[in-house]
Ligand binder design. Sequence first.
Ligand code: SIN
Length: 310
Amino acid sequence: MQILPVAGHIGAELTEVDLRDPLDDATVADIRAALLRWKVIFFREQHLDHAGHIAFARRFGDLVTLPKRGSASPADHPEVETTADRLELGGKFGMDHAEWLERRRHIPLRGWHTDHGARLDPPAATILRAEAVPPYGGDTTWTNLAAAYQGLSEPVRAFADTLWAEHRLGVGYLAKSGPDAYLRHLQDHQIATAHPVVRVHPETGERLLNVNPYYVERILDVTRAESRLLLEMFVEQVTRPEYTARFRWAPGSIAFWDNRATLHLAPADTAHLDHPRVMHRVMLAGEIPAGADGGRSRSISGERLFPASG
Ligand code: SIN
């Protein structure tokens, strides 16, 4: 297996491995080491089916089974979530796709997120497999939260180590003036957690700047004005281009990312391409995050994703 880095801080393509073959323990250990080192790893021309995708993922941990999945997800494989129905999501709440994106992404950089980051136990990793993608466009981008933390000055790192933030589903959603089905959905399904601003990675021990503009409502125990300015600084830091890598998909591509050590940005340029983008996602169960101050994340509302998570 070859490991070919794609950017200075994050991302590597792994070649000369066929994920349809049963993987021996040494290969699994090499893939895990590459994931921890490069935060997101890419494989190309891997034409796995759902069962093969699940079997590959199981070599790395327990899998998350979501209580609800979109209509395109395979009924007979509850671990697989198919995101072909992303474009239908707005329709479910009475909006066309443009309005849906605009209302959810109207604040700068809002698309950057960790998967299920408002839960008490966000997934440890995500393995996303492309079945159909547009001939151009539709790229995904990731950023390295360990590099972002290291890039702060020492006094700011020490200050950030002491901070906690509320992560909440639906932050920044621009509600309609009249009845709004999505707002009602958010109110009925509140998910929120107090997470450390600096999370300690459970495997590498690295400190991670655990802030994103999609879920973070506010920094706790400071004034609203201070929270706004601190978030502006941290969000600018985690989205600096030098910490990122961008991936061009093809059918059969796989991206496997450490959901604790990265944020990612799904493409927003596909709606007008008039080409299907069908992606299948399997997630590895995560743990309750620990902060630099030794504290553990605390649930504000909502269930765990993986009830056995420690
Ligand atoms: C995601 O945001 O979780 C999916 C990324 C993608 O579809 O590119």
